[in-house]
Design a protein around this ligand. Sequence first.
Ligand SMILES: Nc1nc2c(ncn2[C@@H]2O[C@H](COP(=O)(O)OP(=O)(O)OP(=O)(O)O)[C@@H](O)[C@H]2O)c(=O)[nH]1
Length: 350
Amino acid sequence: MKRRTSAHTPQETGTPTLAPDTVTAALTPAENALFAQVGRPRRCYAGETLFRRGDLGTTMYVIASGAIDLDFGDDLIAKRLGPLEFFGELGLLIGDHARSADAVASTDGELIELRHEEFQRLVDSDPGLVSHFLRRAIMRVVLNEQGLIRRLRRRNQDLQSALDSLRATAHQLNQTEALIRTDELTGLHNRRGLAQHLAERRRTGSLKGLGLVLVDCDRFKQVNDEHGHLVGDRVLQSVANILRSVVGDGDIACRLGGDEFCLLVSADSRDAVLSFADFIVTTTRGLQQVPRHAEPGQVPLISTVSIGACLLDGERDWNDWYAQADMALYRAKRLGGNRVEWQDDAFAAA
Ligand SMILES: Nc1nc2c(ncn2[C@@H]2O[C@H](COP(=O)(O)OP(=O)(O)OP(=O)(O)O)[C@@H](O)[C@H]2O)c(=O)[nH]1
């Protein structure tokens, strides 16, 4: 928020209507003459600090010549006061009062200082004039407070709408992030999603007790060639649904690309990993055998799959795990597909 300096706070809508002299920060000539009689003259110099925000003080000042800047800090409007204007009156009226602004002389000038004893003399010499002054000083404080409340309220609203738009942006970012780690066709994680998942597991030291199930559709090119790309897409979606149905909390199903998928599952034994792999092969095989409508050319929306599976050594990285599972997958393909093959940690043996 930009800070501005104004000689007077503008009177805003909704504030009580007052005669102009009731709210002005300037003394009337009569008041000034009286204040000058009892007050103590003081010279001030450009840049001189009269008091700082938070200082305790009991002196009120009237400006005889020159100008004083009042800075309320916290992005509130700063004020520049000139001749006949007064400030610091709360210190005088209510005793040791923490100043609410820094008061700094912006030019050389003359001030009249009034402390409690001088003010008491004023009360004794002209109570009527002093009571008029007091009434005005109090109204000025009230108006300043009201202005402050309005500004704070507006700032609060600004902050609220900034917060709302931040929330909306964060929501959009989350959605975008989710999109860039998701495979569009199947809704499974894509390679980027898998990489993030692995990085997070490595960061949290939870790469132990995992199995990798690498899945590849059998003769998928033939499905595309014979039935068209759209049918091919639906086959890929069907395989993805089967993978999605077996993943538990913390597991991840991913489409690596084309007709190749993988599962990263919590498993601490070969049998545990193989139970996932066997389920997938058996389900795709079973679905393929479900008779479709009798129309000639009607194809099952699934192809058989080949699977290579292994347990992960948490000390290695994705390339090693992939190579290990891929050896088994290659063997499964060579043996005619539609089967699961296992690969022990060949690298550890080497
Ligand atoms: N419909 C469809 N086809 C895709 C998509 N991405 C890749 N393909 C096709 O998937 C086929 C994969 O073929 P290959 O890698 O030769 O594998 P395959 O025909 O399954 O042969 P084997 O793995 O040896 O059984 C290619 O013809 C790609 O064009 C896709 O998003 N949709």
